[in-house]
Design a binder for this molecule. Sequence first.
Ligand SMILES: NC(=O)c1ccc[n+]([C@@H]2O[C@H](COP(=O)([O-])OP(=O)(O)OC[C@H]3O[C@@H](n4cnc5c(N)ncnc54)[C@H](O)[C@@H]3O)[C@@H](O)[C@H]2O)c1
Length: 253
Amino acid sequence: MSFENRVVLITGAGSGIGRASAILFARYKAKVGVLDWNFLRAQETVTMIEQEGGLGLPLEADVSHLEKVTIAVDKVLERFGGIDILVNNAALEFVADVCHTSEEEWDKIMAVNLKGCFIVSKVILPFMIHRRSGVVVNVASISGLLGWPNSAAYCASKGGVIQLTRQMAVDYAPYGVRVNCVCPGTTRTPMIDRLFGFEQYPEEAMRRIAEMHPLGRFARPEEIAEVICFLASEDASFITGVAFPVDGGYTAK
Ligand SMILES: NC(=O)c1ccc[n+]([C@@H]2O[C@H](COP(=O)([O-])OP(=O)(O)OC[C@H]3O[C@@H](n4cnc5c(N)ncnc54)[C@H](O)[C@@H]3O)[C@@H](O)[C@H]2O)c1
């Protein structure tokens, strides 16, 4: 796979799946806009990219904030001259059922996970439409495909990301823009370490969840990144509007 002369913007690229994707795109020769609301983490990812001889630009923005996203996107356009691929990856986890989710908590998860995807797409799509080419890969979750216990706002936000993916795919196909999403199963990232950190016996709880995936383990962030790169590549030129599970068989059961 080669992304030579391609520019990618990845949100939430200061950690986990976003960071692994940024590093992989750079290995495949893309120039990478590394956006995170934590600038230090974005900078760390860029340092990792540069250590391998790649090119990255650290960017600080909250994906749910239109003006900040616009400023960050302008920086990418100024530095790299365009954006060919957008990966909407930034999201927050939240553990609670409906009865134990406050209105503020619901709004926060929706603002980052679903509205964030809308905002960054809204800023970048006009450039892709103008050039009559572009690819968007959203990072949803198996929690958008089925009910995951104690995850009301998170599941709803990821279900929304899947539907937004399909909707955008239909609207922008005539302009040569493809839009897909990946639905990872449990993936060993800082998000998962935080979630299991609340358990009394984290290792035991992790083993139980790993066993629920037919392949019997968690994904590595690099395994999700490979599928994101595939969907962004010319190899996927006739794929648009799909929600692609990368879940060790979880949703096949
Ligand atoms: N880890 C899993 O098991 C798993 C499973 C399914 C889906 N996902 C999805 O994969 C994506 C990446 O998750 P991860 O596990 O790598 O998480 P992570 O917490 O390790 O990384 C998320 C990154 O997003 C950034 N971020 C959060 N809110 C932001 C905002 N408003 N603006 C900009 N940046 C923001 C964080 O600072 C962090 O660097 C998310 O969309 C998540 O929902 C993860």
